[in-house]
Design a protein around this ligand. Structure first.
Ligand code: GKE
Length: 336
């Protein structure tokens, strides 16, 4: 594991960024933590980071300032969320290209040695994702290019920007395509939440209010795979320390339908089976998606360990305690 290095984490106030900073601090690294959100809205508190900045990294001079005298950079920052956000905020999502581009320019000027970019399964060609229980996406399935509108194009374009900064200027880049990461200390309400947290919230509230029905986006048959945050961080750090500089999946190949995920969460909550109001007009994204992990096993000897039912239990329990603390009031995890 990386130790005693000066590391800049951009997006440190967010879900994956927050868990990454925690892990890097445990390994005695000197962290500069940056996020656009004001510090009181950061998802995790870590006083022992050496610098905290709340600043807009779409501005190149902010990128220049925070990347001075740094060894490694992790770009975990983008304006994103679940399908409910990215389908309705395409221009907002595309502007994250300014963060990655300006950060790379600043890294070149400040002679940064190694750079991580958090890409996404949304970069994959949509034609490979039109059925339920599809074959897992292989890294080559990103081309010919037909990614998720807005957000997916930003991720794919930014992957290529990283590659050309490596080819032309020698910055070592590492690129992970994340497949729907979930877990505690993530968004669970307010519009940016992804399906695991959204459905945990709906079932927690149905139990609390003794309701018998929950709203489900789509017909519930659509399929996904979901990766627990601890596996995501372990895979991210193993990729960063490897010599592999092409995009690679960091995901689970445990593909389930949304209905099956709801069954798992109902079992966790020990609630009687709920009626499901299928809302076909709500944002659905692709019909089916999963991660093919052949390449990541080959190049990193990594595979996910935490099964969906176990990761959902940890997530559900954390959310249950959060919701009893905050109720329906705005918390840092529900701000839109
Ligand atoms: N968010 C949400 N909320 N999704 C729901 C809900 C709900 O209450 N009920 C059912 N779904 C369904 C969605 O309609 C979609 O078909 C599926 O769950 C997954 O939705 P999601 O977790 O919001 O996002 P996606 O997996 O479609 O896409 C996400 O993929 C990630 C990478 O794997 C993106 O939104 C990004 O968060 C990211 O690229």
């Amino acid at each position: 594991m990386i130790k005693n290095k000066k590391i800049l984490v951009v997006g440190a106030g967010g879900f994956i960024g927050g868990h990454l900073v925690k892990k890097l601090l445990e390994n005695k690294n000197l962290i500069t933590a940056v996020d656009i959100k004001p510090k009181e809205y950061w998802f995790q508190d870590y006083e022992n980071a050496i610098n905290h900045y709340s600043t807009d990294m779409k501005e190149i001079n902010n990128c220049r300032k925070v990347s001075k005298n740094i060894d490694y950079v992790f770009n975990m920052a983008c304006n994103m969320g679940g399908m409910g956000f990215i389908e309705n905020n395409k221009a907002e999502c595309m502007q994250s290209v300014l963060i990655n581009t300006n950060l790379l320019i600043a890294c070149k000027e400040n002679e940064i040695k190694k750079y991580f970019f958090s890409s996404s399964a949304c970069a994959y060609n949509k034609s490979k994702q039109q059925d339920v229980f599809v074959e897992g996406l292989k890294e080559i399935d990103a081309y010919p290019a037909d990614p998720e509108d807005g957000y997916g194009w930003e991720k794919l374009f930014s992957e290529r920007m990283c590659r050309h900064f490596m080819e032309d200027y020698g910055i070592e880049v590492r690129i992970a395509r994340y497949h729907n990461i979930y877990g505690p200390f993530g968004t669970y309400d307010g519009g940016r939440e992804k399906a695991p947290a959204a459905l945990c919230r709906k079932i927690i509230n149905a139990k609390k209010n003794d309701e018998e029905i929950i709203e489900v986006w789509g017909d519930g048959k659509q399929t996904r795979s979901f990766l627990y945050i601890d596996d995501c961080i372990e895979g991210t750090l193993r990729l960063f320390e490897s010599n592999y500089s092409e995009p690679v999946n960091i995901g689970s190949d445990e593909q389930v339908s949304i209905n099956q995920m709801i069954d798992i969460i109902e079992n966790i909550s020990q609630i009687k089976k709920l009626k499901r109001d299928y809302q076909l007009d709500k944002p659905k994204g692709v019909r089916g998606r999963s991660s093919n992990n052949d390449l990541v096993k080959k190049v990193l000897n990594w595979s996910f360990k935490i099964r969906l039912k176990d990761g959902l239990k940890k997530t559900y329990d954390w959310m249950n305690s959060e919701i009893s603390k905050h109720g329906s009031n705005i918390s840092r995890f529900t701000k839109s």
